[in-house]
Design a protein around this ligand. Structure first.
Ligand code: ANZ
Length: 819
């Protein structure tokens, strides 16, 4: 027989599968559906090991489900808009579309070389007009539903290039191209009102019982629901103008010794006017505008503030406390103003120490009162002191009681705040879906009528990295108003690419629809995605945005589910020498190299065998070698026994001991692989069980039943099919089949065959193992005891001693106690 030549057979089968369309989705059928999806890649140019891993995992699931009688949807596509294409255009003078489509062609070729079973008839490419016209359609739906709006927001602005920069283009506060210090600039931007869905996005996490707890926690923290109270102070010198703070600790209200406004707070302007510190504060505010939220609020950031010269009046005591502005208070959280309680808040404590502000304790530890002065903030529970009528009250109760007291006087209100912000979707970039809006002097903001979509990206643009290329295209910018027909201007912002990926899984259900993004009928046929597989790096944004989209589409009556992903599998990283594989570390092994050297099946097998999908995987060259040797062994074993299949004998596993044992191993393996793959995705243990079966076949005697041997071999091939599809197909043909192994039913096991008819026990004399004993499975303890005592090795040990007791632990051991 010929040796194992992966290149030859892999290429051959990829071609045949493609021609025969064996992975085309079965739409009409009485089979149950299974939608399995790997996150679609950004077409950066080349697949890396992380890709190979996630596709291998997804493919095992898809193939396994098909063989188990499901109609499977397993599509693939391209998250194809985005900045790198535009950067390539600037650097290499190649159009983003060409760069992107070339990369897609190459990566698709690589995916095919992996032998992944995609239905390519459903491919989606987000940068193509047949897709992005519906991204625009969905923008208009959001707009109609009041979920898309425009407001001023700060963006990164490079004064050198006169352009807006994405966060990734700001390196250490400077422009990536010209090294100019980047500023913040207020510009009109489009937003999606995701905050309107904050509560549902939070609550519905409870429905997702097949998501990793870790991911749900990350989403909860990101949404950041916080219950608190808005408390209103007044400013005497501004005619008692109200100023409201948000606090989660109204129980500490009597401990307020100052107030802080965010530098951007609108009242700052009024309270500093004409004051001695006015100029200094204005400079401070200008500095703050250019600092990121992170650097302002991180726990160890230096707290900086200025006294404004004004005072605020306490709502319950009437006491006046100084008003400060400081870096650690953010304008876009709560009300942008904070009451300072240094005794019970760590940040306030540090601030008060630095600026010599009073520290007033109002919560005391019950039974073990705190000393004075406090050496650090006391942030635990306790009872109220120095708090007038509330003294002695447990602070948890005081949260409610003080809030009520404020509410009854119209000075406060209980409220809920979220960390989640509305989604800024505007990008001043070329390579994205144009926002379908027109500005008309007479009619104002006018949406492009849906039947006029797509708003195509123009070709007559300049990529010089200086400004948004869309603004350089007169043919694009100058248009007419769809309402009044007068000259008008087009919006030149494009959409954040996260929008493209927020609905692609719905498009796959109905990829050729020319009227709508997808029909309800088709979406309902396939949704939810039963298994979604991807990296933990998407745990927050992509998943949250997709959940948001699905909820909006559900509300619009376009789909019947309000959660897109039933089960989520986050695959671990691929490590080499303990570190993540990455270009910068120089420890990359590419899928190409592995396919070149060993073939795709070996690469897949190694990846699936080396670790369970959700764990990190340590790359090992010897592990790859081992997988290759195993496949060679399978090849030889099947080849050596090919002739049995020519005139295949009926299996008679009961004729001899060996066939019975092999038959049992076979059924055990089927059971193990079925359960490991089907319920736990423990591909590694499933593969080791198959390896054991191969061992059993190799040591099976020539004289034992040939039919049983043929059965075992045939099943090895079937069980390997989801993992190593090419070699399985080739061997399937070699043992005489003409149909595809990937269209076979998954094997079932026979519980009866699993029953053991003999069991092996250890025989101990005075606690030491001296012998082994094989007995019929049905033997009772008395029989086992007699057989053990009759053994010659046991007799030797007992020489001259008297047997006191014999303990039989069924199916395990016999212990003989003798003196
Ligand atoms: C007084 C107080 C006393 C506070 C105390 C805490 C402890 P979370 O839980 O994250 O919602 N805060 C409110 N708005 C802020 C803003 N815009 N920038 C910075 N800090 C702000 O946090 C709520 C707490 O964070 C609020 O409760 C407020 O400080 C502060 F012993 O008010 B607290």
């Amino acid at each position: 027989t010929q040796g194992y030549n992966p290149h030859q057979i892999e290429h051959k089968w990829q071609q045949i599968w493609g021609e025969r369309h064996i992975y085309r989705t079965v739409e009409e059928s009485d089979k149950p559906k299974f939608y399995t999806l790997e996150q679609f890649p950004y077409p950066s140019g080349k697949l890396h090991m992380g890709h190979m891993r996630v596709y291998s995992i997804g493919d095992v699931i898809a193939r396994f489900k098909r063989m188990n009688g499901y109609r499977v949807l397993h599509p693939m596509g391209w998250d194809a808009f985005g900045l790198p294409a535009e950067n390539a255009a600037i650097k290499n003078n190649v159009h983003p579309a060409k760069w992107t489509m070339d990369n897609i062609a190459h990566m698709k070729e690589q995916q095919n070389q992996l032998g992944v079973s995609y239905d390519w008839d459903r491919e989606v490419t987000t940068c193509q007009p047949d897709y992005y016209r519906f991204t625009q359609w969905l923008f208009l739906l959001f707009y109609e539903r009041g979920l898309a709006y425009r407001k001023k927001a700060a963006v990164n602005w490079c004064p050198g290039c006169q352009t807006v920069l994405a966060n990734e283009q700001v390196e250490d506060g400077r422009c990536w191209r010209c090294d100019t210090v980047v500023e913040k600039k207020e510009l009109e931007q489009w937003f999606f009102r995701i905050t309107e869905y904050a509560d549902r996005l939070l609550h519905d996490l409870d429905k997702l019982d097949e998501w990793p707890e870790k991911v749900k926690t990350m989403q909860r923290n990101w949404i950041g629901r916080s219950e608190g109270t808005n408390v209103t102070f007044t400013i005497p010198e501004l005619n008692d103008a109200p100023v409201t703070v948000f606090t989660t600790r109204p129980d500490t209200l009597f401990g307020v010794t100052y107030m802080v406004l965010a530098p951007e707070h609108p009242l700052v302007e009024q309270v500093i006017r004409g004051k001695a510190q006015e100029r200094q504060i204005r400079e401070f505010i200008a500095r703050m505008r250019n600092e990121s939220e992170m650097s302002r609020t991180s726990a160890d950031a230096e707290k900086v503030g200025y006294f404004t010269g004004a005072y605020a009046k306490h709502p319950l005591t009437g006491e006046e406390v100084p008003i400060w502005v400081a870096n650690y208070v953010l304008m876009d959280y709560g009300t942008g103003a904070v009451m300072g309680v240094p005794a019970h808040d760590e940040r306030d404590f540090a601030f008060a120490k630095k600026y010599h502000l009073p520290i007033r304790k109002v919560i005391d530890r019950p039974g073990d009162p705190l000393g004075e002065p406090l050496s650090e903030a006391y942030v635990e529970d306790g009872v109220l002191v120095n708090s007038g009528q509330f003294n002695g009250m447990p602070n948890r109760k005081a949260i409610v009681e003080i809030s009520k007291a404020l509410e009854s006087q119209g000075k406060g209100e209980r409220t809920v705040t979220y960390k989640l912000r509305d989604w800024l979707i505007s990008r001043q970039r070329y390579w994205g879906a144009p926002i379908p809006i027109i500005y008309c002097d007479a009619c104002g903001t006018v949406p492009v009528p849906k039947e006029q979509l797509p708003v195509l990206l123009p070709e007559d643009v300049t990529f010089d990295g200086r400004s948004n290329p869309l603004t350089t295209s007169p043919s694009f910018v100058d248009t007419t108003c769809p309402r009044c027909g007068q000259p008008a201007r087009r919006e030149t912002d494009t959409m954040d690419t996260f929008i493209d990926s927020s609905w692609y899984y719905l498009r796959y259900t109905d990829p050729h629809n020319e009227e709508k993004p997808f029909s309800k009928e088709m979406a309902d046929k396939w949704m939810q995605v039963d298994e979604y597989i991807g990296g933990i790096e998407h745990a927050i944004l992509h998943l949250l945005y997709s959940r948001f989209f699905t909820k909006v589409l559900y509300d619009a009556g376009m789909v019947s589910t309000d959660e897109p992903f039933k089960s989520l599998l986050t695959q671990g990283m691929v490590l080499k020498d303990g570190a993540k594989m990455s270009k910068s570390k120089g420890n990359v092994v590419s899928p190409d190299e592995i396919i070149e050297q060993y073939g795709a099946d070996t690469g897949r097998l190694f990846i699936l065998f080396a670790a369970p999908p959700d764990r990190d995987l340590e790359w090992s060259d010897s592990g790859v070698e081992g997988s290759y040797r195993f496949l060679n062994r399978v090849w030889r074993v099947v080849g050596e026994h090919k002739h049995i299949f020519e005139d295949r004998p009926q299996a008679e596993p009961d004729v001899d001991k060996e066939s019975k044992a092999l038959n049992r191993t076979l059924h055990y393996t089927i059971k193990k692989v079925t359960e490991d793959v089907g319920t736990r995705y423990n591909f590694n243990t499933a593969i080791s069980a198959i390896m054991e079966l191969v061992n059993a076949v190799q040591s099976y005697p020539q004289t034992a039943d040939r039919g049983t041997l043929a059965d075992a071999i045939e099943h090895i091939v079937l069980l390997l099919a989801p993992f190593t599809p090419h070699i399985a197909e080739e061997l399937w043909q070699q043992i005489g089949h003409r149909d595809s192994v990937h269209e076979q039913a998954w094997p079932t096991f026979d519980e009866a065959a699993l029953a053991l008819d003999e069991v092996e026990l250890a025989v101990q004399v005075n606690g030491k193992v001296r012998d082994k004993l094989t007995v019929p499975a049905g033997a009772d303890n008395k029989e086992v005891e007699e057989m053990a005592l009759a053994r010659s090795k046991v007799q030797q040990q007992l020489n001259g001693k008297t047997v006191h007791k014999v303990i039989v632990v069924p199916k395990k051991l016999v212990n003989i106690v003798a003196k």
